[in-house]
Design a protein around this ligand. Structure first.
Ligand code: FEO
Length: 399
């Protein structure tokens, strides 16, 4: 028996992938992962999420312990990333009448998974329910947790929350280990936080919104799409998301993060002039030398800051590496809409300002231009221009 009972009406019928080392090309998975599918049996049968391509046999074998796959009436697609949708084609081969259910935002994604224009897709609104006869599945909105398509499914009678990638962890039970969460397991706590940091954190405000909403409900079980099922402390990681989605730092005034690198001290001189002008304007300025900054701390500050200023010399026609390393952190936190600006010293060319401004705009930050520039050693006029740049930037931030 590989299907695992969660409640008499609900079974785990997913797949184990203990050997996975890296997920999505960048997330290390020291403990492998699972692709969790759940079978809900009322008078009619629903499957919640499928598994990654290549793992269909595990899923189908577990399903067959409960029902014939041809008896499944609904496939509820909480999310279309292929680790949960890659086996839909196999399910449709076995059961062409399977009704596909997803959020409205998911419909275009699912079309490109199914690749069959003739196949009907039932795109539902948040709050709609599916009555299985004895079990009612409510479809909850959880957009950008972590794709635009994401939704949760909630079994009203059993108070089971199928939370998709939310509150999940990449963890595959070892031989003989249960798929159910054990309280006070530091490995699971660590992996759940790591998963949040790697996958959910760029969309923190969206995770917070969905989490606040779902916490209004009775929750007896959290059944995520990866890792362990939490019956013992079902609200634990849901509540942890409230903590994790809160910015780590705060300020009574405008918090500006100023991060720069400087080979000969010229860009550092500009940084000091800008910071002085910001200090006078009642800002809290947190300055970092990017060449020696702790990137984890910098990431926390980026998430907390009201605005961010980058200082980079132009070397070989580009932004210098320590500043690129810092700027690349922005795609891993919720930074859309933050105000930003760039300054820097250069010898000739001076393209780094434009290159970095363009990158920040692509990440949907609001960029104050023109940035401040100085040719080699900043003279008095150029330092005065830096102070004016600081004043102008703050008007832009507060405006
Ligand atoms: Fe587990 Fe976003 O897929």
């Amino acid at each position: 028996m590989t299907a695992i009972e969660i409640t008499p009406a609900i079974h785990w019928v997913g797949a184990m992938d203990p050997g996975l080392k890296v997920f999505d090309l960048y997330v290390k998975t020291e403990h492998g992962t699972t692709y969790n599918s759940y079978l809900v049996v009322g008078e009619r049968v629903a499957l919640i999420d499928a598994v990654k391509a290549g793992f269909e046999d595990q899923m189908l074998s577990s399903i067959r312990e409960i029902v014939d796959p041809a008896q499944i009436e609904y496939l509820i697609v909480n999310h279309n990333e292929p680790d949960h949708s890659g086996s839909i084609d196999k399910l449709l081969e076995l059961n062409p009448d399977l009704k596909l259910v997803c959020s409205k935002a998911a419909e275009p994604f699912l079309r490109n998974i199914v690749n069959n224009p003739a196949k009907e897709i039932n795109a539902v609104k948040a709050g709609e329910t599916i009555d299985l006869g004895g079990r009612t599945l409510e479809l909850l909105s959880a957009p950008l947790m972590h794709w635009p398509d994401t939704m949760f499914t909630y079994c009203q009678e059993d108070a089971v929350l199928f939370s998709c990638d939310g509150y999940a962890a990449h963890y595959c039970p070892k031989a003989g280990e249960s798929i159910f969460y054990r309280p006070d397991d530091p490995v699971i706590e660590h992996e759940t936080r790591f998963y949040y940091d790697q996958i959910m954190r760029p969309f923190a405000p969206f995770s917070r919104r969905a989490t606040e909403a779902v916490l209004q409900r009775e929750i007896k079980v959290v059944a995520p799409s990866h890792g362990l099922i939490n019956k013992a402390e079902p609200r634990r990681f849901v509540e942890k998301y409230l903590e994790w989605t809160s910015p780590k730092y705060s300020s009574e005034t405008t918090l500006i993060v100023l991060v720069y690198a400087s080979s000969y001290g010229y860009t550092a001189m500009m940084a000091r002039a800008i910071a002085e002008s910001l200090d006078r304007l009642d800002c809290e300025v947190k300055s970092f030398d990017a060449s020696e900054a702790d990137l984890a701390e910098l990431r926390d500050y980026f998430e907390s800051a009201d605005a961010i200023i980058f200082g980079t010399p132009t070397f070989a026609g580009d932004v210098v590496k320590p500043v690129w390393d810092a700027a690349h952190l922005l795609s891993s936190v919720s930074a859309i809409g933050k105000k930003a600006a760039v300054f820097g010293s250069y010898g000739w060319g001076g393209q780094a300002n434009d290159i970095l401004e363009g990158y920040l705009e692509k990440l949907k930050l609001k960029v104050y231009t023109p940035g401040a520039r100085a040719r080699l050693l900043p003279n008095d006029d150029e330092l005065a221009a830096c102070r004016e740049f600081g004043r102008g930037f703050i008007e832009f931030v507060r405006g």
